[in-house]
Design a protein around this ligand. Structure first.
Ligand SMILES: NC(=O)c1ccc[n+]([C@@H]2O[C@H](COP(=O)([O-])OP(=O)(O)OC[C@H]3O[C@@H](n4cnc5c(N)ncnc54)[C@H](OP(=O)(O)O)[C@@H]3O)[C@@H](O)[C@H]2O)c1
Length: 362
């Protein structure tokens, strides 16, 4: 498209993190230089405990060393613009992306520094672009949608870029966000206080903890059932499952396909929505929806109400169902879906034999 407008495009390959390679590339470009766009980047996500310096350096080098080299090697050029492609991750934080956040934070700081010494500088904290680039390849946009963050269509992104080149701020964040939904994740940074005020004044945010009120009002047996259903929905969201496909309550989180980043996300969602403080290992220690529901139920049990054992809660649930159905009826019901529709614990459906023996023991 640009070539149709008689623009000559020259491609030179170089590692921007290596000063000699970059210097040689810049040497080959016709002078004077009027603009620099830094868009080099590498992703290597992982929880902090699993990061090695080699992995971090791999992510940091193209941005930190690359941008600094460009800054040093172009200072004698009459640049109109020096644009750095940073990320929304540097504004919001992003689980599993410590290196990426650090690298982009450097880009943001460099833009401010250049401005402070009278040089052009603009760092753009882009949200995820759709269709093209690393985020689209990793289907980040679908995952972000669950957090209230939309993606940027390429044509819209280019239009925004054009506008940003005409304005004077050194750093601009570009991301389509539903603030009320976004802030429900328990983001506490004062950076978002202005948005929080707007978000809390909208009707949408009036019931962030509706589930919490329901749980508090429920009796222990109903609470466990409610929690199980709620956790099925939340785990399904974290796994990116369609709304009509709920994960099985007795299946291990890791068998369901959850990775360590997803466990962090699940923990954060539960903490925000249920007003709980969970340890980093909670999801590992209670590694199925049933186990986690029992743990959360115990945590939410109001003062004065005795915390009943898992078995006795399950037993009560079974008994109340058995008051209405004989075992032979239960055995003859072939439709798992029928039972689910009636709100009967999925455990009863899948593990009738186990519960029979539980009843016998009591
Ligand atoms: N896509 C998004 O949604 C998004 C959102 C926020 C920020 N960003 C930022 O925008 C920039 C472009 O994103 P993208 O999605 O287009 O990324 P991409 O598809 O992964 O492309 C990154 C490019 O950087 C090059 N590169 C990596 N290390 C380099 C180095 N040391 N020297 C020279 N080139 C190097 C890669 O070259 P090779 O292929 O040869 O390795 C690749 O062509 C990145 O900085 C990214 O962090 C993107």
């Amino acid at each position: 498209m640009l070539e149709q407008k008689n623009v000559k495009i020259q491609t030179i390959q170089a590692d921007v993190a290596i000063p000699s390679q970059l210097a040689s590339a810049i040497e080959q470009v016709k002078k004077p230089l009027y603009g620099v766009f830094h868009a080099a980047g590498v992703l290597d996500d992982g929880v902090l405990q699993q990061l090695t310096w080699e992995r971090m350096a791999h992510v940091i080098a193209p941005k930190l060393a690359g941008a600094w080299n460009l800054h040093c090697l172009t200072q004698n050029q009459p640049l109109d613009c020096f644009v750095l492609f940073s990320s929304a991750a540097a504004m919001f934080g992003s689980p599993g992306q410590a290196s990426h956040v650090a690298a982009n934070t450097f880009l943001d700081a460099l833009a401010h520094y250049r401005r402070s010494i009278g040089l052009p500088g603009l760092s753009i904290n882009w949200g995820a672009w759709s269709e093209i680039g690393a985020a689209a390849q990793r289907r980040v946009d679908q995952h972000m949608q669950l957090r209230g963050v939309g993606s940027i269509a390429p044509q819209a992104g280019l239009r925004v870029l054009e506008k940003l080149l005409e304005q004077s701020a050194a750093q601009v964040g570009v991301m389509p966000i539903q603030w009320a939904q976004f802030l429900q994740q328990g983001i506490v940074s004062p950076f978002f206080s202005a948005f929080r005020q707007v978000a809390t004044s909208t009707a949408q945010t009036a019931s962030p903890s509706e589930i919490l009120s329901q749980l508090r009002a429920a009796n222990p047996v109903d609470r466990l059932t409610l929690l199980t259903t709620y956790l099925q929905t939340e785990v399904g969201k974290v796994l990116g499952l369609p709304a009509d496909r709920l994960p099985k309550p007795h299946q291990g989180f890791f068998d369901l396909g959850m990775d360590s980043l997803m466990t962090v996300e699940l923990k954060n969602r539960l903490e925000t929505q249920l007003g709980l403080s969970l340890t980093a290992t909670t999801i590992f220690e209670h590694s199925t929806i049933c186990e986690l529901a029992q743990h959360v139920a115990a945590t939410l049990t109001p003062e004065g109400e005795s915390v009943q054992s898992v078995e006795s809660l399950a037993l009560k649930g079974v008994e109340s169902q058995l008051e209405q159905k004989s075992f032979s009826e239960l055995r003859n019901l072939d439709g798992k879906q029928d039972l689910e529709k009636e709100g009967i614990e999925t455990a009863i459906i899948n593990e009738l034999e186990e519960l029979e023996s539980l009843l016998k023991r009591h």
